[in-house]
Each structure stands twice: as C-alpha cells, then as structure tokens.
Design a protein around this ligand. Structure first.
Ligand code: KIV
Length: 272
C-alpha cells in the first residue's frame, strides 16, 4: 500500500491578498533549481520567485538581460517539481514581452504550460499596460515590479536607489495604482525610499513586496544566494546575510582537496 500523501495548504494569489488584509507579512525568496527550491519550500516561504536574477546567479552574466525564455522555463520547471506549498512566480525575461502584447501573451503561456508555474512577473508600469492586460485576460496571474527594474539597467545606467525625486516617485505611485486597477495580484518594489514604499503599500489593496524598500510594505523578497551568503561580492545595505556559505563551502572544499591529496579520503570505512 502506498504511503498516504501528506496534505499541504497551498499558497495562492488569493492567500497573499488575504495575508495583506490580515496584516500577516509575506515571505518571498528566489530559487532556480530543484534542490534549493525543496529547501526553501520546506522552510515555509510563501512565494518562490524564479527570478531572472538566475542570469547573474546561475549563469554568471553581468545583467539579467541575456537569459532566454527557454532557460527561464528550464529553471521554473525544476522549481515546480520541488514544491508542495509555495506559490511559484516566474520572471518573463527581457525581450519576450516588451515588443507587443501578443508576444507577451505567448511568452506567458509558454511559461505556464511548460513549467507548471502559478504566475508570472513583469517589470514596468504604464509602458507595458497592454501586455499586462492581454496576459491577465488569458487568466494568468501577474505580479508587477517597479522601482529599480534590472531589465532597464542600461536606461538607468546605475543600480542606485530609484524614485528619490518627486517626478519619478509620482510616476511610481501612479504605476502601482495602475497595476492594481489592471488586476495584478501583487507588486514588487525594488530599491526605493522606505517612506515612498510605505505610501504605496498603504494606497493599494494588493500586496506590496519589497527588496530594499523598508519594512512598511506587506512582505519581503531577497535573492536566496545572497541571503545565505553563497555570493560574497554583492553587499547592498538592504541585504541581511543569514549564513556565510561562501566561506563555509570554500573551507570544506579545500579540506576535501587536502584529504584527497593526502590519501586520507576515502578511509577504510568509506570503501567497499
Ligand atoms: O530576479 C529577481 O531575483 C528579482 C528580485 C530581485 C525581486 O526580480
């Protein structure tokens, strides 16, 4: 007889909106592969973002621009196979939704169909309104992303804090309200002043998830490899490192190298 399957209460887009209503903060982390996603999901994280930061973290590119739709689908399907509870949101990569709404919808459909993910994330507001509408009309949940939007890094020219000036702050507030009106279920705000992020969170009913946006928002997201300290060269003020895996792994791997060289590994007990 097969073992009874454990029941898990799945996180849905509706659960997130309810969490905001009930004042429960939302936790979100990135994951790009099966093994990490299993740990993240099993640790109780509400939302797993298959971020296009995979372009930096997994592939070593300088920006998020080079990652392709096929590569995002590969990462997303590995994550989906691992999860029992979290909502899985996938970034639509640069170049697969900006040119026209039909292409945006085709890309979103491919992600949903081929990976089994639950929602997609897009960067931008008013400029991509028609694409967002088209995706939502097909029944695909959309998470927005405003503030520092890494896919536009060559337009900004730097990764510094966004929306410090009145004009950009006003545009951001209007874009957040537009995303809510269009029917997005949540919005990420990246690297903007904490007061502005709080104002946005208080003025819309959908959850606002911050990264470098202070604690007046409805939830937080970090890149997993940064928060567990696997990366060590990226040190923005908003990052809290919960581990220092870069050092721990380096010393363990160096020890392994020494053990192999010294014919200490494998020992009698580690062979057949
Ligand atoms: O790609 C990513 O990891 C992201 C987060 C930084 C929000 O978009």
């Amino acid at each position: 007889m097969s073992a009874a399957k454990k029941e898990y209460k799945r996180v849905t887009t509706k659960s997130l909106v309810d969490m905001k209503k009930n004042g429960e903060k939302i936790s979100m982390l990135t994951a790009y592969d099966y093994t990490m996603a299993k740990i993240v999901d099993g640790s109780g994280v509400d939302v797993i973002l298959v971020g296009d930061s995979a372009s930096n973290v997994m592939a070593g590119h300088e920006t998020t621009l080079p990652i392709t739709l096929d590569q995002m689908i590969y990462h997303a399907s590995s994550v989906v196979r691992a999860i029992n509870r979290a909502l899985v949101v996938v970034d639509i990569p640069f170049g697969s939704y900006q040119s026209d709404p039909k292409e945006a919808l085709r890309s979103a459909i491919r992600i949903m169909k081929e990976s089994g993910a639950h929602a997609i994330k897009v960067e931008g507001g008013k400029e991509i309104k028609e694409s967002i509408k088209r995706i939502l009309n097909a029944g695909i949940p959309v998470m927005g992303h405003l503030g520092l939007t890494p896919q536009s890094i060559y337009k900004f020219g730097t990764y510094t804090v966004r929306a410090k000036e009145k004009e950009e702050a006003e545009k951001l507030i209007n874009d957040a309200k537009l995303l809510e009106k269009l029917g997005c279920f949540a919005v990420v705000l990246e690297k903007i002043p904490a007061d502005l992020a709080k104002e946005v969170a208080e003025s819309i009913s959908i959850p606002v998830i911050g990264i470098g946006a202070g604690n007046g928002v409805d939830g937080q997201v970090l890149v997993l490899h940064d928060m567990i300290g696997m990366t060590h060269e990226f040190n923005p003020r908003f990052l809290r490192r919960y581990m220092n895996l870069y050092e721990d792994m380096t010393s363990s791997i160096s020890q392994y190298v020494s053990d192999v060289k010294a014919v200490d590994f494998p020992s009698d007990k580690e062979q057949y």
